[in-house]
Write a protein that binds this ligand. Structure first.
Ligand code: NG1
Ligand code: MG
Length: 532
């Protein structure tokens, strides 16, 4: 399945976004011509995403359910004539915030990336590096050096906000490099996998959800992303409901820069899940070492899951387990975690070493060296419980979308006395919202990745009529997502403006408020738009 070449913005954006996006693209192309004295040849784009459910389980290789939003990262590109010293000139429409950079593409070796510097072009360089490696493999004629490029970029995905601004930037960059180097068709899976690996080059040991949602999404659908046995993405249509099923996104404006907090937040959670997998496999005396199919993340809870059932219940190939069994397996693993992983306050390094029979030096070398973490205790119980139960909620959410519950009207008149359809939608929306609320509780209480501001936004939304409210993305700040009936959207917005935004920032500007709350329909993924 290849990245589509769009011939009109209607192929990319939902109808209600067309006029704004048309003006944005025209401004981008005009500014490109002004800056580089020539026309752009194409525009590459990849959207941000909001994760509907399945939080902090992609790096444990469990399925997740994100959807692409309208906001995206654009790159208008023109290739430079082949030269001995190909260079990249990359600029951004917000030139003061993102200064123009120019650098030579090295003739041998990789383009250097200084992950310690928060240099905005690092994301482009990681995409350039990944795409160059892929093209070197595909073309198989020695070291690949990209052509020179002139680039003008424009991103509307709020950065550090849990809407995968980083993934949209890396996916667009890799796509732009592939197109600039003459790839007629770009395979979505190849693009996604290279973007996943590339993003780790900038220091966050992330899973693959964001890049999958950014590349594979189809307008009007959520995306069921699976990582086992290999990366795959299935569009999931939303049933037609009344009231219309609307997802509202609200920024907490608490900066959630994963690169700064990774050693005590995001990357620490990855280590805790890996250690939980290794710990559990030791407790249950699994014979075979856990697969490192999630490398370079290391071993995953899913690797433990599959190995446990293969060894203990002789399930040959657990990737083809029908859903009811798979769900029963998850219930069992959550129970085993309850029963065997006791430490409420977390495990110390020496306790982990004692059980694994390894030295602290080996523990650090094997699990905490590629991505450094800082912690004295590791809450293996809590993190594993969240992961197994969250994976169950994703299954339940998907089943609800596939077969909405029987109408409440059919089971006796519902309170509104309305027609069957509104009754059944109400039951569906309540059930979906309840799962989202459970995820929020688990993210706060078991995974400890919420924050007071996110909790407050959720409480305010529920009080104003939202069916379900939760943080989305890594958490510790950033964004929240809410399932709100269309006719309650204004009331929920009002509750946030009064109860949160104007309270914390009394002189907040109107456009800041516009930025804070986004109602986005499920959008399409990566695309290329030929200009010349
Ligand atoms: P955000 O916060 O949107 O960047 C991060 C990870 C995802 C996933 C979520 C939590 C990166 C690039 N992405 O998303 O892989 O683990 O957190 O579900 O770090
Ligand atoms: Mg991100």
């Amino acid at each position: 399945m290849d990245v589509p070449t769009a011939t009109s913005l209607r192929d990319i954006y939902p109808d209600d976004a067309i006029s704004v996006e048309t003006k944005r693209w025209e401004a981008l192309l005009a500014q490109f011509k002004e800056k580089y004295r020539r026309q752009a040849e194409f525009v590459a784009r990849s959207p941000g995403r909001v994760n509907i459910i399945g939080e902090h389980i992609d790096y444990s290789l469990y399925e997740v359910l994100p959807m692409a939003i309208t906001a995206d990262f654009l790159m208008a590109v023109a290739t430079q004539p082949t030269s001995q010293n190909p260079t990249v000139r990359i600029s951004n429409v917000l030139s003061e915030k993102f200064p123009t950079r120019e650098f030579e593409i090295p003739k041998e070796g990789e383009v250097p990336i200084d992950a310690s510097a928060h240099e905005w072009t690092n994301y482009f360089k990681s995409g350039l590096r990944g795409a160059s490696e892929l093209l070197e493999q595909k073309r198989n004629n020695g070291h690949f050096v990209s052509v020179g490029m002139d680039i003008l970029s424009d991103g509307t995905v709020p950065s550090g906000g849990g809407l995968s601004s980083s993934a949209s930037f890396v996916c667009t960059s890799a796509l732009a490099v592939m197109k600039a180097n003459g790839e007629e068709e770009v395979d979505k899976k190849e693009l996604c996998e290279l973007a996943i690996v590339s993003e780790r080059a900038v220091g966050v040991n992330s899973g693959g959800m964001d890049q999958s949602a950014s590349v594979f999404s189809l307008r009007g659908n959520a995306l069921y992303v699976s990582f086992k046995p290999t990366l795959s993405a299935t569009p999931i249509s939303f049933p037609h409901t009344t009231p219309e099923l609307t997802f509202v996104i609200a920024q907490s404006f608490v900066a959630a820069d994963k690169h700064v907090t990774a050693p005590v937040c995001y990357n620490l959670r990855v280590v805790e899940c890996t250690l939980a997998a290794v710990f559990l496999s030791k407790i249950f005396n699994l014979k075979r070492p856990l697969p490192t199919d999630s490398s370079p993340l290391g071993t995953s809870l899913r690797g433990f899951h599959d190995t446990y059932f293969e060894e203990k219940e002789g399930i040959p190939d657990n990737t083809k387990t029908p859903v009811p069994e798979f769900r029963a397996q998850l219930e069992k693993l959550a129970q085993l975690t309850e029963d065997y992983l006791h430490a409420e306050e977390g495990y110390t390094r020496s306790e982990i070493c004692d059980l694994l029979g390894i030295s602290e030096a080996e523990l650090t070398a094997r699990f905490m060296s590629k991505f450094a973490v800082r912690a004295d205790r590791f809450k293996l119980r809590q993190r594993a419980l969240h992961v197994f139960r969250e994976a169950i909620r994703v299954i339940q959410f998907r089943e609800l979308l596939a077969s909405p519950p029987a109408s409440t009207a059919a089971a006796g008149t519902d309170d509104s006395g309305g027609s069957g359809s509104s009754g059944s939608s109400d039951a569906l929306l309540h059930a979906l919202g309840a799962l989202m609320n459970q995820t929020q509780d688990s993210c706060r209480a078991l995974y400890d990745c919420s924050c007071p501001e996110l909790d407050e936004l959720c409480e305010l939304a529920r009080g104003a009529g939202a069916y379900g409210s939760r943080l989305t993305g890594a958490g510790w700040g950033g964004c929240s997502v809410h399932l709100v009936p269309k006719e309650k959207v204004d009331a929920v917005k009002e509750a946030w403006v009064r109860g949160y935004y104007r309270k914390k920032w009394p002189d907040i500007s109107e456009e800041r408020l516009q930025e804070a709350i986004v109602v986005s329909k499920p959008g399409s993924g990566s695309a290329v738009f030929k200009v010349l």
